[in-house]
Design a protein around this ligand. Structure first.
Ligand code: NAD
Length: 488
């Protein structure tokens, strides 16, 4: 089976690849602005059929009870996808605009290979836990806890790391025994639809267990959140949309699981290697043009070293230009769309209007005639109350701020509506641990430490989200607990 030449123009509903009732829409390469093909345009009727199929598969098959079968299906899917890595790599770079180097990790191979981890959980999880005997009201009972799948999952995902986020939902949801309707991001339909094609043509995953819907219409996401046949919404996207998702899901009291925005701080203590820290902060913020919710976008350095750090970071960013994402050495590719590029440029203009200085970058690179590129940008001269230090920009824009000691650094990190990630750099373990303990955030790296892995739960404090994705905690999001007792 080859994914070309008619790849990904279909929806996956009830085990069949079907055309969208609304026809098709253009898929655009963000690095060239060329239309590279079409995606299926689903309508509300298609979404309705997808939800019906997921509901029927959950209610009328053994999928949720046959743990070994699910593990086999997930491994089979991983193997089938691995056979398409080269094609998927090319199409992913073309659709997402992500640097090709990232497809060897979280933009492709990492999350697909992680299906094995979730298959293992389906087999090894303690589905039944014996609680022994107790005598409530004087009557001796034997009790046990059983874990069961939540039911139908509505998975709604963004465009920035589509495979990673799609699989961080599909993997644990299917392993747990749920059935799924995946509503892909409008800008990256192929990443989802290609997987649908592989599922339909190369796996034994039963009809209706996973359904994949692509559309430019955000309302299909809203439809999923409101439908009473859906038991859980697993959402990744902006905090604003997350609020709408939670409000809509409240009407039918669905469980919601939200992975939202971030404005994470990169804290440099006064005993840190300043050069290495600034180089890493620059690398982080340009990776995939800053389009990552967990990217550190506030660099917070000792006040007495602010000028030196600004110069080190400016130099590092200037050496990481926005470039062709198909080239192996590229770290910073384009933004996903003209809309996102405009948004980033507006934030840079806002920084200047607020009194900030653009140390490097600040707009479109002169050597890129086409594509939604913005040059890596460093903003100085502001404090943490500036809007560019408070709001998520989602572009290659770093704001450098000064702190007056460890406590002040912690306070600046926490002076944010978000709490998703962060870094601390220093040499004294006691001071580093104090900072790690003080920052209210779901993940922290120390001196460049990378926490990302299938077995590590990821998620946010505060307005960065509710719940955890990946790891055993992420798997458990897709489970209900049933307490069972019988007279002993
Ligand atoms: P978005 O919130 O605009 O859209 C995300 C998804 O929600 C899309 O599929 C969209 O069609 C759908 N949607 C839009 N309106 C909806 C509604 N009312 N009801 C239901 N679904 C709706 O986000 P985006 O612009 O695609 O992605 C960027 C954002 O995602 C950033 O804020 C980023 O920080 C966040 N993000 C968070 C994480 C995380 O794990 N915390 C990961 C990646 C991205």
């Amino acid at each position: 089976m080859t994914l070309r030449p008619d790849f990904a123009s279909d929806l996956l509903i009830d085990g069949k690849l079907v055309a969208g009732s609304g026809g098709t829409y253009d898929v655009v390469n963000p690095a060239t602005e060329e239309v590279i093909g079409q995606a299926a345009q689903a309508t509300a009727a298609d979404m309705d059929a997808a939800i019906a199929a997921a509901r029927a598969a959950f209610d009328t098959t053994d999928w949720s009870r046959d743990h070994a079968f699910r593990a086999r299906c997930l491994r089979q899917l991983r193997e089938a996808l691995a056979g398409h890595f080269d094609e998927l790599r090319e199409l992913t770079v073309a659709e997402v605009g992500c640097p090709v180097f990232l497809t060897h990790g979280p933009q492709l191979e990492g999350p697909m290979n992680d299906l094995d981890y979730f298959a293992g959980l389906a087999e090894s999880y303690d589905w039944t836990v014996d609680l022994g005997e107790a005598s409530p009201m004087g009557i001796k009972n034997h009790r046990e806890l059983r874990s069961e799948a939540v039911g139908v999952v509505g998975a709604i995902t963004p465009w920035n790391f589509p495979h990673q986020i799609n699989f961080a939902k599909i993997g644990p949801a299917l392993a747990a025994g749920c059935t799924v309707v995946l509503k892909a991001a409008p800008d990256t339909p192929w990443c989802a639809a290609l997987v649908g094609k592989v599922i339909a043509e190369e796996t034994d995953i039963p009809a209706g267990v996973i359904n994949i819907v692509t559309s430019t219409d955000h309302e299909l996401g809203a439809q999923l959140t409101a439908d009473p046949r859906v038991d859980l919404i697993s959402f990744t996207g902006s905090t604003a949309t997350g609020r709408a998702v939670m409000a809509s899901a409240a009407a039918s009291l669905k469980k919601v699981f939200l992975e939202l925005g971030g404005k994470s701080a990169f804290l440099v203590l006064d005993d840190a290697d300043l050069g290495a820290a600034c180089a890493m902060a620059a690398f982080n913020v340009v990776t995939h043009a800053g389009q990552g919710c967990a990217i550190t976008t506030r660099l917070v350095v000792p006040r007495e070293k602010l000028a030196e750090a600004t110069e080190l970071t400016r130099t590092a960013l200037a050496g990481l230009p926005a470039a062709d994402p198909t080239k192996p050495g590229t770290i910073c590719g384009p933004l996903i769309s003209a809309r996102q590029r405009d948004r980033v440029e507006e934030y840079i203009a806002l920084a200047v209007a607020e009194g900030g200085t653009v140390e490097t970058g600040g707009g479109r690179p002169a050597d890129r005639e086409h594509g939604y590129f913005v040059s890596p940008t460093l903003i100085s001269g502001l404090d943490n109350s500036a809007r560019v230090a408070q709001e998520e920009i989602f572009g290659p824009v770093l704001v450098i701020l000064a702190h007056d000691g460890d406590d002040d650094a912690i306070a600046i990190a926490n002076d944010s509506p978000y709490g998703l990630s962060g870094q601390v750099w220093g040499t004294d373990p006691a001071r580093i641990n104090r900072v790690v303990d003080g920052v209210r955030t779901g993940t922290m790296g120390i001196n460049g430490g990378i926490w990302y892995s299938a077995d590590v739960p990821f998620g946010g404090y505060k307005q960065s989200g509710i719940g955890r994705e990946m790891g055993v905690a992420g798997f458990a999001e897709y489970l209900e607990t049933k307490a069972v007792a019988r007279p002993a």
